[in-house]
Design a protein around this ligand. Structure first.
Ligand code: FMN
Length: 323
């Protein structure tokens, strides 16, 4: 049974990818994930904001501008050097692809980090872009332009494959996918999952909701993947958020994804779930007469049969409740 999949032009031994998270933040962790059977790892994101926060904290204790500049460079270099050395070590130790991930505050950060990451040999780069809309005067068009400009600024300067981890909420994610592809990105991840605030009504407080996903969160992504895969056929899709079982993995592949990026399920059940998911995939392929993953990727996408249009393109309950 051939479980390999092509994602971003890379050959992954199987489509179970470990999502960017503390599970991929050290050499020890990524080696553990490879040993457990992962098809690739997305390293924990490097956040430019974290560098700025740390240096601003230290700046409070120093009054001289030259000391402040020194601190900024020192903290920044230390952080990025640590990340670059993780990439190098991971590349030297792992046979599976090592994909780096960055989240920056401004264009120079995206470009600078992307270049450095390519130099040390990462197989690909995932852009963890997120612009939280906080002002009513900011338009969707402005926000989308920011995403697309960021993608171009990175793909203009690096030759390694670039993927973009998208947030769930776009008015038309199909357009974003297509524009992303035009800007030479090789893949998109549907979708990132952010920390959401919740409200504690007993104690009248706001708090962070659960950091781990529920399996039900996968449902809405299936439509997006199934609509996007045939229409933006050049771009590779990986699914993130809510893939908890081997069955979920098969579903996203059938919808048109090339891989699934998992995090919650490894936190909840340990790295052994990777093998369980692969075993389910292999056994499902056996039952259905497939001997390679690419034989059924996208088989149940929107364009594969007119019959499915009814499901993927219908959102209202008009018929369901007709007597
Ligand atoms: C503790 C934690 C830290 C995370 N850190 C990152 C990160 O640095 N970069 C990123 O792109 N996603 C990050 N994520 C999001 C995961 O990569 C993943 O997209 C999300 O958890 C949804 O997948 P899941 O349903 O399998 O958990 C993090 C998630 C968790 C739970």
């Amino acid at each position: 049974m051939r479980l390999e999949t092509k994602y971003l032009g890379l050959t992954l031994p199987n489509p179970v990818v470990i999502a960017s998270s503390p599970l991929t933040s050290s050499l020890k962790h990524v080696v553990e994930m490879e040993n457990a059977g992962a098809g690739a790892v997305i390293l924990k994101s490097i956040f430019e904001e974290q560098i700025l926060d740390e240096s601003q904290f230290l700046e409070r204790f120093h009054d001289y501008p030259e000391t402040i500049d020194y601190l900024r460079n020192y903290v920044g270099n230390d952080y990025i050097q640590g990340y670059l050395s993780l990439i190098k070590q991971a590349k030297a130790s792992l046979a599976i692809p090592v994909i780096a991930s960055i989240n920056c505050m401004n264009e120079s950060g995206w470009v600078d980090y992307a270049r450095k990451i390519e130099e040390v040999g990462a197989d690909a780069l995932e852009l963890n872009i997120f612009l939280l809309p906080t002002r009513p005067e900011q338009t969707s068009a402005e926000i989308e332009k920011h995403y697309l400009d960021t993608i171009s600024s990175v793909t203009d300067v690096v030759g390694i494959p670039v993927s973009v981890k998208l947030p769930k909420k776009f008015t038309n994610v199909l357009n974003i996918a297509s524009e992303t592809y035009k800007r030479k990105a090789k893949g998109i991840v549907m979708f990132n999952r952010f920390i959401e605030p919740d409200i504690d009504v007993d104690n009248l407080k706001v708090f962070d909701s659960d950091r781990l996903s529920s399996n039900a969160e996968l449902r809405s992504t299936i439509r997006s993947v199934a609509m996007c895969a045939p229409q933006v056929s050049g771009i590779d899709i990986a699914v993130s958020t809510g893939v908890h079982t081997g069955e979920d993995l098969v579903k996203v592949l059938l919808a048109g994804a090339k891989a699934a990026e998992i995090c919650t399920v490894v936190y909840k059940h340990g790295a052994a779930v990777i093998e369980e998911m692969k075993m389910y995939l292999a056994s499902w392929m056996n039952t259905h007469g497939f001997d390679a993953v690419d034989q059924f990727v996208g088989l149940l996408s929107n364009k594969s049969s007119e019959d499915y249009n009814e499901f993927y393109q219908r959102a209202q309950y008009m018929k369901t409740f007709q007597q």
